[in-house]
Write a protein that binds this ligand. Structure first.
Ligand SMILES: Nc1ncnc2c1ncn2[C@@H]1O[C@H](COP(=O)(O)OP(=O)(O)O)[C@@H](O)[C@H]1O
Ligand SMILES: [Mg+2]
Length: 313
């Protein structure tokens, strides 16, 4: 059983009459890429600021690395890195000077600092730009420098708050790769985003937030099974004979089976119907399958079912 790195119990944070975080309980284990998914205004950043001790909460408890955190324990804070949603880099310092500054804040000095700066520049893909100032950078490069600043001290837990908003696809992929390789090297990651696809691609465990509440959490499979028992399977075929449809609808797990042009569309119990069985049935009835596609319910449909709204604004 992996160590619990972050545990919050019934966290509440109000801004005047807005309840930004509403009884949020989260549990994040060592080695996870934990996704905090929710639309704008869900309370993700407020939750993160609370975990960093940057914002006093109204009630609830936070444990970090198995110890109670009241917002002041420096030894715990030092084990965390943060990549804030708003860029936190100095436009007038070079990339290298920025990283030296942030490394210095964590008490890293001398040769070790030089090594860590080199390492962080390399991870961010900015080694060649080390002497350049961020005001000459693209949005994506600034985001990558922002990320480098958060990992300069090799934190055990790295919290990234919407690190890919508004950047080019290349920088986005770079950042996603950084998350994967840091995690492979043992770093626990909290990845906050309103992009379902990124969270789905990166995270082992996901908490969906809305209006300050954690409305569901678990693996993607857990979440999807809360709302949907079915999956849709679409087969493109050469011809459709009535016998094919009949043979398929008799397979255990198949609920519905319809023909649309050169497609057979099935609704089936999730994970109960194998594509190879379906293709076999099609072939046995004289129709060739040119493509087969299983559409699993997505995190988007989980959110839609639980809230009645779309995750996309
Ligand atoms: N400093 C603040 N003062 C007042 N309201 C705030 C402040 N920061 C956030 N809020 C409100 O709290 C809610 C949660 O915001 P936030 O944590 O930034 O959400 P997210 O990061 O998921 O977009 C929103 O309704 C937002 O308007
Ligand atoms: Mg935010």
């Amino acid at each position: 059983m992996n160590e619990t790195v972050v545990e919050t119990k019934n966290l509440v944070k109000r801004y005047r009459d807005v309840v930004a975080v509403d009884n949020a309980s989260l549990s994040i284990r060592s080695g996870e890429v934990f996704g905090l998914l929710g639309p704008n205004g869900a309370g993700k950043t407020t939750t993160i600021l609370a975990l960093l001790g940057l914002l006093p909460v109204d009630s609830g408890e936070i444990d970090l690395f198995g110890k109670r955190f009241t917002g002041r324990e420096l030894a715990l804070k030092g084990r965390i890195g943060v990549v804030p949603q708003e860029l936190a880099i100095f436009e007038e310092l070079t990339a290298e000077e920025n990283l030296r500054f942030f490394g210095g804040l964590y008490g890293i000095r001398g040769r070790l600092l030089a090594e860590r700066v080199d390492e962080a520049l390399e991870i961010a893909g900015l080694t060649e730009r080390r002497k350049k100032r961020p005001r000459t950078f693209s949005g994506g490069m600034k985001r990558r420098l922002n990320a480098a600043a958060g990992l300069i001290h090799r934190p055990e837990l790295l919290i990234m708050d919407e690190p890919t908003v508004g950047i080019d696809p290349q920088s986005r992929n770079h950042i996603l790769d950084v998350v994967r390789s840091l995690n492979a090297a043992g770093t626990t990651i909290i990845y906050t985003s309103h992009y379902m696809e990124e969270v789905s691609a990166l995270c082992n465990t996901i908490a969906i937030m809305d209006h300050g509440r954690v409305i569901a959490s678990g693996t993607e499979d857990d979440l999807v099974s809360i709302v949907e028992r079915d999956e849709r399977i679409v087969l493109s075929v050469s011809h459709v004979y009535p016998a094919v449809l009949e043979a398929m609808s008799k397979l255990p797990g198949v609920r519905e089976c319809e023909q649309r042009d050169h497609r057979i569309e099935l609704t089936a119990e999730r994970g109960q119907v194998s594509l190879s069985r379906l293709i076999e049935r099609a072939n046995a009835n004289g129709c060739e399958v040119t493509s087969a596609n299983v559409e699993r319910p997505s995190l988007e449909s989980v959110f839609l079912t639980l809230t009645g709204r779309s995750l996309r604004d």
